[in-house]
Design a protein around this ligand. Sequence first.
Ligand code: PGA
Length: 260
Amino acid sequence: MARANRKPLVSGNWKMHLTHLEAINIIQKLSYSLDASDPSYVDISVHPAFTALRSVQTVLDADDLPMALGAQNVHWAEKGAYTGEVSPGMLAKLNVSYVIVGHSERRQLFGETDEIVAKKVAAVFAAGMTPIMCVGETLEVNEAATTEERVLGQLRAGTAGLDPEQIGSMVVAYEPIWAIGTGRHATADDAQAVCGALRAAVLADHGEGPGGAVRIQYGGSVKAANAADLMAQPDIDGVLVGGASLDPGEFAQIVHSARS
Ligand code: PGA
């Protein structure tokens, strides 16, 4: 499948920001900045904290806004004695479409391993949602020029056991850890090289269908100023935006830069 057949996905990861009231405010402001034509060329998802999901869902539904609801994390079990966790079924019931899995902050700060990521990815599919599975290298790995090895290892471990159709329908987000929240983004060429390698691995492992269909995002200090360049690359099908997604005006500009 050529790039033209993959609809870019621009996702806002709000991390641990915004109460439910602030989230409602941001989503309303964002809706004023979007155009009616946006859904024809770009998919948009917003990922509030768990406490704001229900409020944001209500606004999206009531006003029929052209954005999908996303979550930032999930547990892999359907239910059980897992104090403090949220199940895939709970998210699906809130009309959550996309779930970020294996964000580097979860891997680094909360001990998520490739095995846990794989269980979560499978659980998200089982509940009828789409995983956005994050991969990315530390600065150390980047400087040792072993980025590809690291991210392909994370890709293969996180997708182990999925069928080809699932692989083709998922989203992989390449997020170099040294670029997250640092203001230092990968150049469009460097990001393309890694995203191209990720696609090549899916092609080699699963064939042309999944390899051509899987959407690969770049994330890490994406701003209105660099988003168009990144998304113009042949293997970059959208962006995962942290800090800049908290500013509705800037996030809307990033969405619009997917147009080209
Ligand atoms: P950033 O975060 O845009 O603030 O660098 C990206 C992310 O962590 O998803």
